[in-house]
Ligand binder design. Structure first.
Ligand SMILES: Nc1ncnc2c1ncn2[C@@H]1O[C@H](COP(=O)(O)OP(=O)(O)OP(=O)(O)O)[C@@H](O)[C@H]1O
Ligand SMILES: [Mn+2]
Ligand SMILES: [Mn+2]
Length: 658
């Protein structure tokens, strides 16, 4: 429902307005609970607004300047809309109450998390937070805004430890910075210190030398504070407080230095906090980035645009290294003299790799570690429970294409379990490699994972592991000079149905589809993951991918892929994820059959078409599959077509004859 907006939706002066954020509230719509922080210029309370938990920031307003400042901050906050920035959900900007209502972030601010909770994040988490924070700052700078108070205490963490930049009390438009700097310089002469002086003290540790020198503040001062903050996140040490820092500072400072001494050392001696130790696992590329961020010369510091790009590649690199570590052994097919010596052979060599065999060998290797425990023994095994009786069949055709890039597998009674069945279809693109590899590797992973994970978790893991294993294999082959082309990034979509007694799980990544016919009507058990779906598009973009309208439709990245989830496609990871969406249902006597197929079928046939064609076909799953595929080809499908039909109850003899 949300809080109602009362028109006219403006502050008392009329200078602040918003279409979406209410700017004055009936007193009955909110409650203030206990204070959670008392700053120099405000008190922040926990509160309830319209039934939701919020943080209410109530500035201390004693002069008309304070009021001006409130309006200025509100105007700015109304314009901001970014996942990395604390969300203003409402304000009250009329006397006697002036308040900001923010979404509540559960995991406190980064300073408390590090120094009170003694949180010790892994390097992956540090990189993620740095990346998300850099994106938020890039966004701010693109709006022409400098934050001017970037520090861990102003970085709020939600329950997933996603960072949200808060506290716009000092933020300014870049165009006004010169003027502000001069005022700041003047006010610093006052013995009591003006507003800025007060703030300078609290934030000294994160202040760039140019600010300490009272030179012109630029957006690059945020870059400096970002660098200091990320180093603090890496080391867990408040800047200049550990012993090593004191030793380093010793030449210029007393052991217990004062603020003036610190300022002098930062400005004129180039003193900086102690950089994180490479031994701690921090990539040297990240350490070098931090050092460039806190360079004394603002011009030499990178922009947030560059920082975002660098962090992206550091994360990608870190991930690859981890994957390579996780894979046992080197690719076994390249032993000794099998290596191609002649570069002109690349193509033929690349084509001669048998990806089915690669996948199969991987499955064998993983199954060695499989436990002998029964799979999903805990899922109801009650004799009163409905027991579907299955029959299955499939049909696959190259269609009008020259090459076949679809693969599939049928694995009824997996591992001798008479009530556990899996079926899967893989639709390859940019070659068949990923589809061939996955058709053998994925069922292997699933069997291994089955004894220790729930069916949904096992499916999810099997997809992710298959993807990582395939990309590793490719990477390893690429590293052997000439084995596969550097710019070759094959991928495949995948849909897998797992039936455990009367429980059905469908995992899908990409645009294959599975439908269930229940009581004569089709029900989709998967959703197509394609860039023309708004939801998927937003997911890809928030994961750092690019989506553009190209030629005829929305497409992802430079490769112009139409699907948004897949196994492989290592040039588009992590945005084009291999994580499937999983649907779970309990089967009942009304359930007649499943149809799984690659997009070659669905391009020319609706779910209803499929049900009506099966209605008119001999009730034998292989025949039904073939009928559907040939019908799709006749209707003009230009793609490979693969269909699996699984009947979920015995088909009567009468129906069989039709
Ligand atoms: N949306 C929120 N959710 C949870 N906690 C919050 C939220 N907003 C603020 N806080 C808490 O209140 C503290 C102060 O908030 P903020 O920095 O906005 O106020 P401030 O008065 O400007 O503080 P100062 O100027 O002293 O840094 C934060 O560090 C955080 O611990
Ligand atoms: Mn703050
Ligand atoms: Mn503040």
């Amino acid at each position: 429902m949300g809080v109602q907006i009362l028109e006219p939706n403006t502050c008392i002066r009329g200078c602040c307005s918003s279409k979406t954020i209410p700017l004055h509230l009936p007193a009955s719509s909110y409650t203030l609970l206990s204070p959670i922080a008392r700053g120099s210029e405000s008190v922040v309370y926990e509160g309830i607004l319209d039934g939701k938990r919020v943080a209410v920031k109530k500035p201390i307003l004693s002069t008309s300047e304070d009021l001006d400042k409130f309006h200025k901050e509100l105007q700015m906050l109304c314009k901001l809309d970014h996942p990395g920035i604390a969300t203003l959900v409402a304000a009250h900007a009329r006397p006697p109450n002036y308040m900001f209502f923010f979404q509540f972030y559960e995991s406190r601010n980064l300073a408390e998390q590090l120094h009170v909770e003694e949180w010790n994040p892994g390097i992956d988490q540090v990189l993620k937070i740095a990346f998300q924070l850099a994106q938020a700052l890039q966004y701010l700078h693109s709006l022409g805004i400098a934050h001017r108070d970037v520090k861990p205490a102003n970085i709020l963490l939600d329950r997933n430890y996603y960072p949200h930049l808060a506290d716009f009390g000092l933020a300014e438009y870049k165009k006004d910075l010169r003027k502000i700097s001069i005022e700041n310089w003047k006010s610093s002469g006052k013995p009591t210190g003006g507003f800025h002086k007060k703030n300078m003290v609290g934030t000294l540790l994160y202040m760039a030398p140019e600010i300490l020198k009272k030179d012109i503040h630029t957006e690059k001062s945020d870059v400096y504070s970002f660098g200091i903050s990320i180093n603090e996140l890496l080391t867990g040490v408040v800047p200049y407080t550990d012993l090593r820092a004191e030793a380093q500072a010793h030449t210029v400072l007393e052991m217990r230095y004062t603020e003036q001494q610190l300022t002098a050392a930062v400005v004129s001696e180039g003193l900086r906090p102690v950089l994180a130790d490479p031994e701690s696992g921090a990539p040297t590329s990240l350490l070098s980035l931090i050092e460039r961020c806190w360079n004394a010369d603002p011009e030499s510091r990178p922009s947030f645009e560059n920082i975002v790009m660098e962090l992206d590649s550091i994360m990608e690199h870190a991930k690859k290294e981890k994957e390579v570590e996780n894979i046992p052994g080197v690719p076994y097919i390249f032993l000794g003299d099998q290596l191609p010596s002649d570069v002109s052979n690349i193509r033929t060599y690349q084509e001669s790799i048998n990806w089915f065999t690669q996948g199969e060998q991987l499955a064998k290797r993983t199954s060695l570690s499989a436990s002998s425990a029964r799979m999903w023994a805990d899922l109801s095994n009650n004799s009163l429970e409905y027991h579907p009786i299955l029959s299955w069949g499939s049909f696959a055709t190259c269609g009008r294409r020259e090459t076949m890039e679809d693969t599939h597998f049928l694995m009824p009674q997996m591992c001798g379990e008479k009530d556990i069945h899996i079926f899967g279809i893989f639709d390859g693109h940019r070659g068949a490699a990923a589809a061939e590899f996955s058709a053998r590797a994925l069922p292997g992973f699933l069997q291994t994972l089955g004894s220790t994970n729930s069916p949904s978790d096992a499916l999810l893991e099997a997809f992710v592991k298959t993807d990582i294993a395939f990309r590793n294999e490719l990477l390893a082959l690429r590293n052997i000079k000439g084995a596969v082309q550097k710019d070759w990034h094959p991928g495949c979509t995948a849909v897998v149905a797992l039936i455990v007694r009367n429980h059905l799980f469908v995992a899908n990544a990409g645009d294959c589809r599975t439908i269930l016919c229940r009581g004569g009507h089709p029900f989709a058990l998967s959703k197509d993951h394609i860039a023309s779906s708004l939801e998927e598009r937003e997911r890809v973009i928030s994961a750092g991918g690019q989506v553009k309208w190209q030629v005829d439709t929305w497409r992802v990245g430079p490769a112009a892929l139409q699907v948004t989830r897949s196994i492989g496609d290592d040039d588009l990871k992590p945005a084009v994820t291999a994580e499937p969406e999983i649907t779970k249902i309990n089967l009942s006597p009304e359930d007649e059959y499943l149809v799984m197929a690659s997009d070659g079928l669905w391009d020319v046939m609706s779910n209803e078409d499929v049900v009506s064609i099966i209605r008119d076909t001999v009730k034998e799953p292989g025949m039904c599959s073939k009928r559907l595929a040939t019908e799709a080809a006749e209707r003009g499908s230009k793609d490979n077509i693969t269909v699996i039909v699984v009947f979920l109850r015995p088909v009567s003899t009468a129906e069989r004859i039709y």
